[in-house]
Design a protein around this ligand. Structure first.
Ligand code: COA
Length: 176
């Protein structure tokens, strides 16, 4: 299947990201940084940092966005995958990130984005996809289980945010 991909609901389309999507993607990312424990930092990403981050994904073809209302609509979610670790021995393994804007959760958008990432990474002949999830993030754990990810363990208290320790659940999908 070639992009763009459509959800069961016709109203949302997933397509490869473009540099013009930066502001929308950054707004979703920075909202998650400010209000949630999915991203373990308190520091919002500047436009320049966001452009460098998205630019690296665009070069690799590893970034997708979900548009509400069909093609050309508002961007309501994004998904990316990139190197899990920098050492060359890890080059066949990637880590994903999926974020859906507040008010659009629970409508299948995250699932369509993750399905697109898996299809894309398989086509790129990658071997394993990893998700690093805050252990209490039941929506993300469920989302990944739904796509066949297996639990690879939980590492206790390796992060902190909002004055409490955070546990990291690792999930793993065999791609090829
Ligand atoms: C996690 C996230 C991406 C899921 O996307 P979504 O569009 O809301 O999820 P979907 O509607 O595609 O649902 C996917 C699965 O998760 C389940 N799910 C969704 N929200 C849930 C919740 N709050 N609690 C439990 N399960 C939930 C759905 O029922 C579905 O499972 P099913 O197919 O067995 O019914 C979204 O909630 C989000 O952006 N959260 C904030 C950022 C974040 O945590 N990102 C992940 C970082 S690891």
């Amino acid at each position: 299947m070639n992009p763009p991909y459509e959800t069961g609901m016709r109203a949302v389309t997933v397509r490869p990201a473009l540099s013009e999507d930066l502001d929308a993607v950054l707004a979703i990312r920075n909202h998650a940084i400010e209000h949630g424990t999915a991203l373990w930092t308190d520091t919002p990403q500047s436009r320049a940092e966001g452009a460098a981050w998205l630019g690296a994904h665009l070069e690799r073809g590893s970034a997708y966005v979900a548009e509400c209302g069909g093609a050309g609509g508002a961007v309501v979610g994004f998904g990316v995958y990139g190197p899990w670790k920098d050492y060359s021995g890890f080059r066949h393994t990637v880590e994903n990130s999926v974020y859906v804007a507040d008010g659009h959760h629970g409508k299948g958008i995250g699932s369509t984005l993750l399905g697109t990432l898996v299809t894309s990474a398989r086509a790129a002949d990658l071997h394993v996809m990893i998700a690093g999830i805050e252990a209490g993030n039941t929506a993300s754990v469920r989302l990944h289980e739904r796509h066949g990810f297996e639990h690879a363990g939980t590492v206790r208290e390796v992060g902190t945010k909002f004055g409490r320790w955070l546990d990291l659940t690792l999930m793993r999908l065999q791609l090829n």
